[in-house]
Design a binder for this molecule. Sequence first.
Ligand SMILES: Cc1ncc(C[n+]2csc(CCOP(=O)(O)OP(=O)(O)O)c2C)c(N)n1
Length: 311
Amino acid sequence: MAKNLKQLSESPVRLTGGHRLCPGCGEPIAVRQVLMGTDKPVLVANATGCLEVSTTIFPYTAWDVPWLHVAFENAAAVISGVEAMYASLKKQGKIDADADYKFIAFGGDGGTYDIGLQALSGAAERGHDFVYVCLNNEAYMNTGVQRSSATPMGAHTTTSPAGSVIPGKTMNRKDLTEIMVAHDIPYVAQSIPGRWRDLTSKAEKAFEAGGPAFINVLAPCPLGWGCDGALTVEMSMLAADTCMWPLYEVEHGEYKVNYKPKEKKPIEEFLAPQARFKHLFKSDEGEAVRARMQEWVDMKWETLLKKAGDA
Ligand SMILES: Cc1ncc(C[n+]2csc(CCOP(=O)(O)OP(=O)(O)O)c2C)c(N)n1
């Protein structure tokens, strides 16, 4: 049963304040909401990235749970190893058989879509009982905003610089959520920090999935997106309202769209407040890119509705 707001407010704070993430960063909001999805003890593995470097500046830590930092590429391999060891020790009667530890890995989009994908795919295929959460800010932010395969078309980054040669990134992002669906694992979902009930209840389902679970959370980044840090929550909601980032889940292969905007907004409402897209509003070429982006978003949304039987 999903917790109500009062119960959520009484949940233990497992990622405390005092970390060094940027003001307005979407990542800690998402992490807290995800960890509210269970009252059971959790162990966290964290790939290299903003979340890891900013929450554990020696000799301090903002984590109030057992926490492992591993390399950029292997968070899923490490969490699956810990889970396998835990299952084995339980079987051997060496640890409390009633304890019900939950295992979770957090990685950025660079660490998940690109560099850690092999480890994630392997852990999912082996069927480990773990949750993997991608904190997707749509670029390699920790090292100064390089494009990843999660970066949307048209976005300016330091490695897809908008100028006279290219109008920002020239290809669409990879659909990692659907790649994870193709692993036939018990639970896959997309969410945002702006709809707390959506994310906390998806986290609850993921923790209790009894096998691999994956949640892709869009986490706005004021620095890399060039938007007001006070608007993080609104930006994530605009992503859902424009269908740039649909909120849906796939439980044992069954698709469900969790949020259908009453009126699907044009993508410009999501793009305009962000400096990474500002060049798209200054030329005919920019307008053409926006049209291509809208066409892709519409196509993906229609396809999703069909999969969910809602078309
Ligand atoms: C194998 C490897 N390559 C590159 C790096 C350098 N590096 C550290 S963090 C980072 C960017 C992380 O980006 P992402 O996973 O998207 O997370 P974010 O910082 O955006 O939250 C990079 C490239 C590294 N630590 N290891």
